[in-house]
Design a binder for this molecule. Structure first.
Ligand SMILES: C[S@@+](CC[C@H](N)C(=O)[O-])C[C@H]1O[C@@H](n2cnc3c(N)ncnc32)[C@H](O)[C@@H]1O
Length: 180
């Protein structure tokens, strides 16, 4: 489902926001790195939630396209003290260090919502430390398993991840992993 949040497209299944917000409260991330901001509707909604709940967490969101002035929109939120920063760049040409985006001071969540997710996965898997999380969706065309096949999920696990409550996430077409 595609819905407009704060006038911006949010390309997520209905209900995914609530489940991600539950995770934010539970896991108490210090940093979120979103790969693929799109128009920024989902990013903004997460930033609003973080601010409302006074969570100590900030978001760096990047996209190679400045879709419909995502930068301007997210920069305006940042000026109003929403914990979000937009970077217009292509992720993944070569292994970069996570420190490019923030100085780690606690658990990290990477929200992977680009298009060729396998490209990003190996870099992210190398960066993340035990207790960090990776969330993603649309890995393939299998609607039953939430856009990811069992084989694909196993390939991700082989990179040092465990699946978190797979049935729950599959309902929202996302999959969530924790680095072991
Ligand atoms: C499905 S959309 C993101 C939707 C957004 N997360 C939302 O919830 O509304 C995917 C985005 O990833 C961006 N993208 C794809 N590959 C990328 C890459 N390697 N680096 C940065 N952005 C990328 C595209 O420009 C596109 O805006």
């Amino acid at each position: 489902m595609k819905e407009k949040l704060h006038g911006r497209l949010c390309e997520q299944t209905e209900g995914s926001l609530a489940i991600v917000c539950t995770l934010l409260e539970k896991a108490r991330f210090k940093h979120i790195l979103e790969l693929g901001s799109g128009e920024g509707g989902f990013t903004a909604e997460l930033a609003f939630f973080i601010q409302k709940q006074s969570l100590d967490c900030s978001i760096v969101s990047l996209d190679e396209d400045d879709r419909n002035n995502t930068k301007t929109f997210l920069d305006e939120l940042a000026e109003q003290d929403f914990p979000v920063q937009f970077r217009q760049e292509t992720f993944v040409d070569q292994p970069e260090r996570l420190e490019k985006y923030f100085v780690r001071s606690g658990p990290v969540l990477v929200l992977c919502d680009t298009i060729k997710k396998w490209n990003e996965l190996d870099i992210v898997a190398n960066w993340l430390e035990s207790g960090d999380y990776l969330m993603s969706h649309d890995w393939g065309n299998d609607p039953v398993s939430g856009g990811i096949t069992e084989e694909q999920a196993k390939e991700i696990e082989a990179r040092g991840f465990e699946r978190i409550e797979p049935a729950l996430w599959a309902e929202y077409y996302w999959i969530c992993f924790r680095k072991i």
